[in-house]
Design a protein around this ligand. Structure first.
Ligand SMILES: C[S@@+](CC[C@H](N)C(=O)[O-])C[C@H]1O[C@@H](n2cnc3c(N)ncnc32)[C@H](O)[C@@H]1O
Length: 185
């Protein structure tokens, strides 16, 4: 049985999108580090903090990314700073029954798949610098349109960087930043 979410299609799509961005000398935060593969990518050229609720993910990622600061935080509960970049590949699979196991919480997104995503969207802007960018992996399984609407209402513009159709879902990487033309500003 896995203890930590293994790098998967969603991980690799997110990584591919990030590799095409010019991300250097930034202060980055990864929410939900898992195996640490995304954190490790950022750590090559940036100052990186990473958090997770799974102690094993924290241990593995800290071991893999010695220059990073990896710690426990339920989303932003222990975050005290603002960042230039925030990235999240969230749990989004919907299930009628509840899953509480720490590994299951890496993929289980509640009845509509949005349990963690909605909490993340509510808060992320409080921890993002004025010109900061947020990267979010999203699945068609959990209402992409709703996420884009929430971002717009918050005064953020969003761009789809990458999409990939899988057997039962389409994965999308969203890049979002404050929209200077938005009435929300
Ligand atoms: C889909 S996995 C992604 C892991 C890794 N970033 C990747 O892309 O392969 C989601 C990760 O978020 C973590 N996670 C779930 N809920 C969280 C929360 N409320 N706060 C912080 N991390 C959370 C899980 O433990 C898991 O490691």
């Amino acid at each position: 049985m896995c203890e930590v979410y293994p790098p998967s299609e969603d991980t690799f799509l997110l990584l591919e999108a990030l590799e095409e961005e010019n991300l250097k000398n930034r202060h980055c935060l990864e929410i939900g580090v898992g195996s640490g593969i995304i954190t490790e990518f950022f750590a090559k050229n940036n100052v990186v903090d990473g958090v997770d609720i799974n102690p094993k993910a924290i241990e593995i990622t800290q071991g893999r990314c010695k220059t990073c600061n990896i710690f426990y935080s339920d989303l932003f509960s222990n975050i005290k700073k603002k960042y230039d970049i925030i990235v999240f590949n969230p749990p989004y699979v919907s299930e009628e029954r509840k899953f509480d196991d720490i590994f299951d919480r890496s993929w289980y997104g509640g009845k509509d798949g949005r349990m963690v995503i909605d909490r993340f969207l509510e808060e992320f802007d409080n921890f993002l610098n004025l010109n900061g960018k947020m990267y979010l992996l999203h699945s068609s399984l959990c209402n992409l349109k709703k996420t884009l609407r929430v971002l717009e209402v918050k005064g953020f513009k969003a761009k789809i960087l990458k999409s990939k159709k899988l057997f039962f879902e389409e994965l999308t990487v969203i890049k979002s930043e404050r929209d200077s033309n938005s009435k929300g500003d």
